[in-house]
Design a protein around this ligand. Structure first.
Ligand code: HEC
Ligand code: HEC
Length: 208
């Protein structure tokens, strides 16, 4: 009889959905090259323009890495931060490395970025619910079925900059960027003030 099984089951019941990034996961090796900018725990680093990655969905992370490599992201004029990330994605040796590093990062405990903006949380909730929640989930946790990222782990400053990038044609303009184009249309529905309030609302949301 295996005595470990009941303990494992109990842990699984107590901690539903809490995935642990195991030391033995193959993506750990690839992740070492990301730490310099994204932080040892994938928490992000505003001074380097590098967003929080930990806890982001695996499918979104992998797709962004492919998008950088295929020129769908990081190549538009003016996108200096994207241009910095592009060679990092290209340096990953192959598709297996992309899958592995995305799985590792997704399993890290979700990043908890510090708030850098203040705003009208009630208005932010109203704006988010009517303009963003249908795709990104009511609390901004993302929806893999709709290919949307989790907005609570990335950092408010990065969220604001990315929406501006979509508005200013620095992201989501490549003809094959199906999901980027979708978001570019939505980005045009918010003003800077509304976006600030949305960021303040998302800062109030707990992590999954
Ligand atoms: C030299 C610094 C640097 C290194 C090293 C680096 N990144 Fe980045 N990364 C960035 C910056 C800057 C951005 C923001 C790009 C933008 O603003 O569009 C970024 C963005 C990303 C994104 C997009 C996140 C999102 O929410 O859309 C992913 C995914 C990513 N990096 C993964 C990685 C992985 C995996 C590695 C290691 C293999 C890595 N990065 C190494 C600087 C770096
Ligand atoms: C029709 C569905 C849809 C709606 C509505 C929508 N988005 Fe998105 N959003 C997407 C998709 C799809 C992506 C992924 C784009 C990609 O793969 O490059 C995205 C990406 C983003 C990103 C990039 C995150 C990152 O990690 O780089 C931000 C920020 C964002 N959305 C914010 C918003 C905000 C704020 C609103 C409301 C004003 C909103 N979205 C409304 C579909 C939507």
């Amino acid at each position: 009889m295996n005595f470990r099984t009941p303990i494992f089951l109990l842990t699984a019941l107590i901690l539903p959905g809490l995935a642990i990034a195991g030391d033995d996961m193959p993506g750990k090796a690839e992740f070492q090259t990301c730490i310099a900018c994204h932080g040892a725990n994938g928490e992000g680093n505003q001074a380097l323009n590098a967003p929080g990655l930990a806890g982001q969905s695996e499918s979104y992370l992998a797709r962004q890495l492919w998008d950088f490599r295929s020129g769908k992201r990081g190549k538009e004029p003016g996108d200096t931060a994207g241009a910095q990330m592009l060679p990092m994605a290209e340096a990953l040796p192959d598709g297996e490395a992309i899958t592995n590093v995305a799985a590792y990062i997704a399993a890290l405990p979700a990043a908890q970025p510090a708030a850098t903006v203040e705003g009208d949380v009630a208005n932010g909730q109203k704006q988010f619910t009517s303009k963003c929640g249908a795709c990104h989930g009511g609390e901004g946790w993302g929806n893999e079925a709709l290919f949307t990222p989790r907005l609570t782990v990335i950092g408010d400053w990065y969220l604001i900059r990315q929406v501006a990038n979509f508005q200013e044609s620095m992201r989501g303009v490549h003809e094959d960027s199906k999901y980027g184009k979708q978001m570019a249309m939505m980005a045009k529905t918010v003003t800077a003030d509304e976006l600030n309030d949305i960021a303040a609302f998302l800062n109030e949301q707990t992590q999954q």
